[in-house]
Design a protein around this ligand. Sequence first.
Ligand code: GLA
Ligand code: ZN
Length: 667
Amino acid sequence: MKKFNGILYGGDYNPNQWPRDIWKEDMRMFKKAHINSATVNVFSWAKIQPAEDRYDFSELDDIIDMLSRENYEIVLATATGALPAWMAARYPEVERTDYEGRRHKFGQRHNACPNSPVFQRYSKALAGKLAERYGANPHVKCWHISNEYGGECYCENCARAFREWLKKKYGSLEAVNRAWNTEFWGHTFYDWEEIVPPNELSEGIGKDKTAFAGISIDYRRFNSDGMLANFISERDAIRAFDKETPITTNLMGTYNGLDYFKWAREMDIVSWDNYPSYNTPWSRTAMTHDLMRGLKDAPFMLMEQTPSQQNWQPYNSLKRPGQMRAQSYQTLAHGADTIQFFQLRRSVGACEKFHGAVIGHVGTENTRVFREVEQLGEELERLGSVLPASVNESRVGIVFDWDNYWALEYTSGPSVDLTYVKHIHEYYKYFYDRNIPVNMLPVDADFGKYSLVVAPVLYMVKEGMKEALTAFVENGGTLVLTYMSGIVDQSDNVHLGGYPGPLRELAGVWVEEIDALAPEQFNQVVMNSGESCRCGLVCDLMHLEGAESLGVYGEDFYKGMPAATRNAFGKGHVYYVGTHMEEQGLAHVLDQAALDAQVESVVSGGEGLEIVCRRTGDGHKLYFVMNFTDQERKLPACFEGQRDLLTGKSASRDTVLKKYDVCIIEQ
Ligand code: GLA
Ligand code: ZN
């Protein structure tokens, strides 16, 4: 498989939207900024297939020739992320039917019905044509299929495909009825044709809830599989002509709609688009990078970020001086081998004209943004000889599971505030704040590689999970479980016999009831040490069945009942956190778990700094040290006398990092 030369640095480039004299200027300015790559053809379907029976590659040929001549590494998109107007006009079925049941007309993008035979036929044909024409070009270094797959469709083609998907999964209608518990409200199906997609006209309760989570979760699985099938169909069409070039599609981090662990198995390399808001915590961005790396447990591509501004958030603040650079290093620290922007030249019209780009509307290099891009480009050129393909190592794993994400957020009760990613992030943040590296794991990971596994809100426990977690703990692992865990099976039916169901023996507790607290209500956890903290959201009323209590509720009729526990099991330990505690209370429990598992900061003395280590193929360690706080911070003493790859100078005892400063210490 082809490899990138160093760190790919560039981004979305749409010369087709500009007159040709601008192309020349682009080439000059990209070189100046040390840009070495361009992603082209992302939204050019209408240009390269102007009519149903006609392809026209003349302009794309010129673009690819120019980029090849100038020695750029090309990320070539298949252009199927936006439909051509002629297709929607002739074949209305390619347009989606939305959750409200409305068939859409031509417009926007990312909106093809995944089960439209017309879309399937033409997208596959286009991908094949492109690969046949450009696959042998050595400058084409990566295929970028479609763009940001997402959303869902509820049309008749999808309904038919859903029934087929169900037949394959369940074999019989009896099995479907059982899985979905259709006896409830007498929804029993006697004919496959009676099954309809669960949108707002059917089982949907408002936008986010459903009367039958089993049906709605299966529809999400089906929708994710259907779009994945679109990806695979284009991928295979490319592979028929090009066996050498890695194939990706740009993912969207913790996006709810697609099971990215499943997708990643079909992708050669993961890529994603990072668009934090002005108030997104840096720990949250770090977690998302770790998740994207975790999808394949391998380095990934940053396919898009804005050099400064966005247009689609409610408030699109500028990135402050140094912020883009620091954000880019954070990305590399967590496992990226590329830094790519959306986009290289700012649009002249339509909804993205206020979206930042390397070259602004003024058209010159004399801008703050360009200078920052240029500085980073110069640095990455040097770093490119050591960084790519180095690995991030970790002994802590946090479980992330899309089925569980869907199930937890579909539940009706006990609280509407049970959002999945927020809880994962709270646990992640404990480790982030202490510079303890984390891998994000699928439910079927090899837990044996870790000493500490945290599975927050593991509401859905699927087949095999109990056995895998039990083996992990028996062999000496430390497991952290929380409230809202072990409650349902893969179809959202309750594991009978007492919560947390299959995890009850492991945790050594029985949860008899779950109280829900409104945002203005709180209880208290009084730790054995005497410290106390506020808690809320949900409170498990639990009984010890072998576990020891670490702290008890301070108020209400369950005052004195355990709120957090630790159970010795085999050679390991299981922690059970029965309520949503404020940060320092949770830290109190996680400190003990970290001690049991003997997991530590990557270096000591780095409080307030983010420090991440990547190990290179030849055994060197690269420590990325970043300051995302408003205060100046001292470089940890252990780095004294060592070389900062960015300045080439040795760090001294007085090296200080201001906000957004970065050092990369090589050991
Ligand atoms: C997404 C898309 C891009 C562009 C950017 C703007 O990531 O993939 O085409 O629209 O958003 O932020
Ligand atoms: Zn459809």
